[in-house]
Design a binder for this molecule. Structure first.
Ligand code: PLP
Length: 397
């Protein structure tokens, strides 16, 4: 018996564990202090009432023999029509036409970001931005693939562009980005799409934060860009859009026109899913189907407006302090340069000890994150305002 020795090449994921440990130690030593956490990537607003009602109704149906449902419909990879139709409607409003056969319902974006690699050879070279959502790197290390990095820096606004001559087979793009909050314009995405089509690469486009986009110059789906259906797989999630981090539902789009080596990637993914996955629960799917209805979008819009106000509060604070930052406008993340040349962890300690505010050190997301820091807009208004008041008072002093 041999283990998958690639797992031994994984770096310890100590970022959030260290943030948690340092915060707990500080709180233990200073129980009287009110520590505010703006480090979490989890949401705090509850599910929209329309989602809760839909899930209740679906649970009632499951309790009656006439309306009970077992395994989902396998001809659509276990997605129920009601959910598929609502997703297609949401794409149509972005000007994107898709077929039901191109949609795959999942239990969230994280699983599909990793699972999708099943359909690609281990020999592929993978291009990942740095800094990055760690899942892209770790899943490819597990698969033993060669990873090369696209440097995201202050100079390029944390939006690296294709470099001619770089040979990559799988390209990860996350826009709006975690951790930097930076989002590609339509023209910039077009450059990536043209590059991928030219070299025959596949883009894995993580659109987990698409609902935060409010600027018309930005895309909410890569399929708004001409040519993307020939090179891109889009991975989406209800987690941040509708507070489904604990409910678990997402969807992945694999266009029928995406063909490599004469093989349809849609057919490969359908085969993989029907072999290794048995779908998302009916109750969850009915809750998700309520999200992209008129009432659903209105209600989740209120939650998004709540987070956007927090992002504005943080951005305003950083403007006043004259610190460079990305994000905050089309994203729940704000990524800023640590003041006075401090390293990410130095600033973490400084902020915790002097303002009792917890954020996430940028260096935990890759080497280019050193000297940067991430705050999230997922807290409460009260905490966000108080944290900003403390940060401003500390850094102005
Ligand atoms: N993709 C990115 C970029 C994320 O930041 C996250 C969660 O933080 C996910 C995917 C995971 O989403 P899900 O909850 O749908 O698994």
């Amino acid at each position: 018996m041999k283990i998958n020795a690639n797992f031994l090449n994984l770096k310890d994921s100590y970022l959030f564990a260290t943030v948690g440990r340092k915060t707990a130690e500080y709180k233990k030593a200073h129980p009287e202090k009110d520590v505010i956490r703006l480090s979490i990537g989890d949401v705090t607003r509850p599910l929209a009432p329309v989602v809760v009602e839909a899930m209740k109704r679906a649970a009632e149906e499951m309790g009656k023999s006439e309306t009970f449902r077992g395994y989902g419909p396998d001809q659509t990879c276990y997605g129920y029509d009601k959910l598929l139709d609502s997703i297609l409607g949401s794409y149509a409003r972005k000007g994107v036409t898709l077929a039901k056969s191109e949609l795959f319902i999942s239990d969230g974006a994280k699983s599909d970001c990793g699972n999708i690699l099943d359909i690609f050879s281990q020999d592929n070279v993978v291009l990942v931005p740095d800094p990055v959502y760690p899942v892209y790197v770790d899943t490819n290390v597990m698969g033993g693939r060669v990873i090369i990095y696209a440097d995201a820096t202050q100079e390029n606004g944390f939006l690296p562009m294709p470099v001619k001559g770089t040979k990559a087979d799988i390209i990860y793009i996350c826009s709006p980005n975690n951790p930097t909050g930076a989002a590609y314009s339509r023209e910039q995405l077009k450059e990536w799409v043209d590059y991928a089509n030219e070299i025959g690469a596949v883009i894995l486009y993580d659109a987990a934060y698409e609902f935060f986009v409010c600027d018309d110059a930005l895309c909410r789906s890569i399929y708004e860009v001409e040519g993307a259906k020939d090179c891109a797989i889009e991975i989406c999630s209800y987690s941040k859009t509708a507070g489904f981090t604990g409910v678990r539902c997402g969807y992945t789009v694999v266009p029928e026109s995406l063909v490599r080596e004469g093989v349809s990637l849609n057919k490969l993914w359908a085969r993989r899913q029907s072999t290794k996955f048995n779908g998302v629960s009916y109750v969850t799917q009915m809750g998700a189907a309520a999200v992209f209805t008129e009432e659903g979008e209105k209600q989740i819009g209120e939650n998004l407006a709540y987070y956007r106000k927090n992002a504005e509060t943080i951005a305003h604070c950083l403007d006043e302090l004259n610190l460079f930052y990305t994000g905050g406008k089309n994203s729940p993340y704000i990524w800023f340069k640590c003041p006075n040349g401090m390293s990410s962890w130095e600033f973490f300690d400084y902020l915790l000890e002097n303002a009792n505010v917890v954020g996430t050190p940028g260096s935990g997301f890759g080497k280019n994150g050193e000297g940067f820091f991430r705050l999230t807009a997922f807290g409460t208004h009260e905490n966000t305002e108080e944290a900003c008041r403390r940060i401003a008072a500390l850094l102005k002093a």
